[in-house]
Design a protein around this ligand. Structure first.
Ligand SMILES: CC(C)(COP(=O)(O)OP(=O)(O)OC[C@H]1O[C@@H](n2cnc3c(N)ncnc32)[C@H](O)[C@@H]1OP(=O)(O)O)[C@@H](O)C(=O)NCCC(=O)NCCS
Length: 127
């Protein structure tokens, strides 16, 4: 079975939906792909990159993002995210990310996730 190692890569593709636009998300007023939606796509792709290789009962949670949104994208455009695992520091996993639309790069940066046991993580949160 494949193991968690530096160099793992995941690519995900999707189409920009109306509910992902800045005026719908509330992060701006224009009808363009929102930065939070792009970051969510980056988080999803990074999670997918490593989740199949975790122990039973484990998942990852996002703990840091350092992202640049460099170009605007309209609804219905196709976007692709590439996430590469570039650092493993105990339970901390660092990913390098690129998001492109049909015309080129729209987002770049790094994202860190932390491996947790799902049940224990939820139990520790104060109600
Ligand atoms: C991930 C989390 C459980 C770690 O907490 P913990 O188990 O108590 O671990 P610690 O606080 O001892 O941190 C462990 C390491 O991660 C680092 N770390 C924790 N949070 C960090 C963050 N946000 N950014 C960078 N590093 C972080 C700590 O500095 C420590 O590093 P070290 O081992 O080099 O000293 C906690 O930060 C958390 O719950 N974050 C919120 C995650 C979340 O809800 N995400 C949204 C859902 S996906």
């Amino acid at each position: 079975m494949e193991e968690l190692k530096i160099g793992l890569i995941k690519k995900c593709k999707r189409e920009v939906k109306r509910e992902e636009l800045a005026d719908k998300v509330g992060s701006g007023v224009l009808k363009v792909y929102s930065t939070p939606s792009m970051i969510a796509f980056m988080e999803y792709t990074s999670e997918e990159c490593v989740n199949p290789l975790l122990e039973e009962g484990e998942t990852t949670v996002g703990i840091a993002v350092d992202i640049k949104h460099i170009k605007a994208t309209l609804v219905a455009k196709k976007v692709e995210c590439i996430s590469e695992l570039i650092e493993i520091d105990g339970k901390k996993l660092k990913f390098k990310l690129t998001v492109s639309d049909e015309d080129g790069k729209i987002g770049i940066g790094n994202h860190t996730r932390f491996i947790v046991n799902s049940k224990e993580f939820m139990k520790k949160i104060k109600k």
